[in-house]
Design a protein around this ligand. Structure first.
Ligand code: MN
Length: 201
């Protein structure tokens, strides 16, 4: 059901994005952050929740500085198989542009209420979730906080904020200093050059 919006937006005879499905095969859920040079450049932050990837577009990308509040706008759930996708989405297709897997790993849900763990789906419904990332570039706690709209509203807006823990580091700026894909070591430009539209060459 959660893949219906994803499928409706795409023509799988044109795009090489996965049609659906996929399994993480992990005991712990995964997260993935995809850098996406589309009509506007952004980072797609995705969390495995109940068999799908809950997704937010983060225009500036994630920060490792707890003082930064990064806008995160919900997008449609993506299939788990999307966690492996990098490549070029052709002109005329939804999200046309280049995608790399900028970071990926497992995460722990650390959301609690009255000393008890809150399931992540419930936490997201309530608009406040805490997670601990175990990525290659991003590690430690992050808060996701809804500040506008309600779940599934069009105007829903969230903030992604680094928690002030041992992994917080105001001097790092991995969005600019670590541009390579964590699965292929390629940059956006290299993926575009390798797989880009032949009409432009
Ligand atoms: Mn995107």
């Amino acid at each position: 059901m959660s893949e219906a919006r994803y499928k409706k937006k795409r023509d799988f005879s044109s795009t090489s994005e996965p049609e659906g499905g996929g399994r993480s095969g992990n005991k712990r859920p995964i997260f993935v952050i995809q850098e996406h040079a589309a009509s506007s450049h952004h980072f797609d932050f995705r969390l495995e929740v109940d068999g799908a990837l809950k997704s937010w577009a983060v225009p500036k990308g994630p920060s490792t500085d707890p003082r930064d509040k990064r806008l995160a706008v919900p997008t449609e759930d993506h299939p788990l198989a999307y966690a492996d996708f990098e490549g070029v989405i052709p002109e005329g297709q939804y999200g046309a542009g280049t995608v790399i897997v900028w970071d990926r790993g497992e995460y722990d849900n650390i959301t609690e209420k009255n000393g008890k763990r809150v399931p992540l789906a419930e936490a997201l419904e309530h608009g406040h979730a805490l997670i601990r990332l175990h990525g290659k570039k991003l590690r430690g706690g992050y808060a996701l906080q809804r500040f506008r709209g309600r779940q599934s509203d069009d105007g829903e807006q969230w903030l992604l904020i680094k928690m002030d823990d041992d992994e917080a580091d105001a001097r790092r700026n991995p969005v600019s200093s670590e541009p390579e894909s964590v699965i292929s070591a390629r940059t956006l430009d290299e993926v575009r050059a390798a797989e880009g539209d032949d009409r432009n060459s």
